[in-house]
Design a protein around this ligand. Structure first.
Ligand SMILES: Cc1ncc(COP(=O)(O)O)c(C=O)c1O
Length: 419
């Protein structure tokens, strides 16, 4: 990945030397073998849980193709997402429409497309489904504790357990088929133990289903998986599944999840060019030692209206590293540092990427800053505000573990699509 970031920068430097317009454009490097390795890791640690990738997190076409080729399912929240996945040849039974509050027209379209699995958490939704997709396989989304997550989704979705029996009675009255239970512990969950409590609540909802005359066969444990804590989270989930669903095999229970961030976060790095700088008059080193107060402002060519929308929407705090200094990738250690701030390219003062961070005092216009872990909730919500383009993606499979498998999977996928 590092090599590709550098190559991209070298190309840009080369082009700009030839006077090519916009050669300094920011760009992502996506390492598809990282996505592959996350999938392997998933299968190893959660062998009983089928991943349905949450495409909202990053609908990159190559990520989707790779995951389609690897056989994952997909969590879609809209017609647009469903169409995108189905255009890849994914069959509708590999899709869950995991938005509990859908436009009626979207439910109708999903009926036409054969997408039956969908979530709900309120009675109005049941009436809409009864009218437009009576054959749907409904999944009741319950509220769980999301207080240990960066993005709390319970503010908007999830039926409190106390309301579930009445919802199920209504579903029965309407002749609807409720097949299971889903929850989401919140995105960016930092306490693996949250899953223990969530699965306990899911168990209660299963019992409520039985009392209402249903035999649930689907458990959807949602998203919220983090790269750093994945193994610990998986251990808690496996234990909780054993505790609360001990007879799952005999009962034919299918367990799925909707991971987003886990699959793509670290697969994407971003290279940005310093397009402008506001600095104190030269040779004033009095501020070098003050780490709190930035004295240099750097302006880069992607910002919070672009890839860094993750600062506003996803509570992230991206930190730059120096990719190139004075045209060289050999950034010496121990350079004098200045407290600096990093800003996006738009004319809005909200567009601050990093309010204060130490950067080499020698850093100048034309140098490059890199940002790691930029694959989740970045490019998907980037806008073109102020006329700035969304940063493009360069793909690599790397040369390490997974590289060959990715190439084989994509080749096979292309072959299947043409057959
Ligand atoms: C319904 C649903 N499923 C899955 C996800 C993916 O969550 P994460 O990226 O934390 O795994 C989200 C994220 O908002 C979501 O709303």
């Amino acid at each position: 990945m590092d090599v590709h970031l550098r190559n991209g920068v070298i190309n840009a430097l080369h082009l700009s030397a030839e006077g090519e317009a916009d050669a300094e454009k920011a760009f992502f490097v996506a390492d598809l073998s990282s996505v592959y390795r996350q999938h392997e890791r998933w299968q190893k640690n959660l062998p009983e849980v089928e991943p349905f990738y949450a495409i909202k997190c990053n609908p990159d076409p190559y990520v989707l193709r790779l995951l389609a080729a690897l056989g994952t399912g997909f969590d879609c929240a809209s017609n647009g997402e469903i169409n995108k996945v189905m255009a890849l040849g994914v069959s509708p039974d590999r899709i869950i429409f995991a938005n509990p509050c859908k436009a009626t027209s979207f439910i109708r379209s999903s009926a036409k497309a054969g997408v039956d699995m969908m979530t709900f958490d309120n009675t109005d939704e049941l009436h809409k489904v009864a009218r437009t997709h009576p054959g749907a396989k409904l999944v009741v989304r319950i509220l769980t504790d999301d207080s240990k997550s960066l993005c709390r989704l319970g503010l908007k979705f999830g039926a409190p357990l106390a309301s579930v029996p009445a919802l199920l009675v209504k579903a029965r009255e309407l002749g609807l088929n409720v097949v299971g239970v889903s929850f989401h512990v919140g995105s960016g969950c930092y306490d693996p133990n949250t899953f223990m409590d969530a699965l306990m609540r899911a168990r209660s909802a299963f019992d409520m289903g039985r009392d209402a005359g249903y035999k649930f066969t689907l458990l959807d444990i949602g998203g919220g998986f983090e790269d750093a804590t994945f193994e610990r989270m998986a251990a808690v989930i496996n234990e909780a599944i054993n505790v609360y669903f001990p007879n799952r095999k005999e009962e034919g229970l299918r367990i799925i999840a909707e991971p987003g961030r886990y699959y793509v976060s670290k697969a994407f790095n971003l290279a940005t060019n310093i397009i402008a700088r506001r600095a104190p008059p030269a040779a004033d080193d009095s501020d070098l030692a003050d780490p709190e107060h930035p004295s240099v402002m750097y302006y880069i060519n992607d910002g919070v209206y672009g890839a860094f929308n993750c600062i506003l929407f996803d509570h992230q705090t991206p930190t730059p590293f120096v990719l190139s200094l004075a045209g060289s990738f050999h950034v010496p250690q121990g350079l004098p540092l200045r407290a600096s701030s990093v800003w996006g390219p738009t004319c809005d003062s909200l567009d601050c990427v990093c309010p204060v961070t130490p950067l080499p005092a020698a850093l100048q216009v034309g140098d490059w800053l890199g940002f790691e872990n930029m694959g989740a909730y970045t490019v998907c919500a980037a806008s073109q505000f102020n006329g700035f383009e969304v940063s493009k993606v360069i793909y690599t499979t790397g040369t390490g573990p997974g590289a060959k498998e990715v190439r084989d999977a994509l080749r096979q996928f292309e072959g299947d699509a043409q057959a």
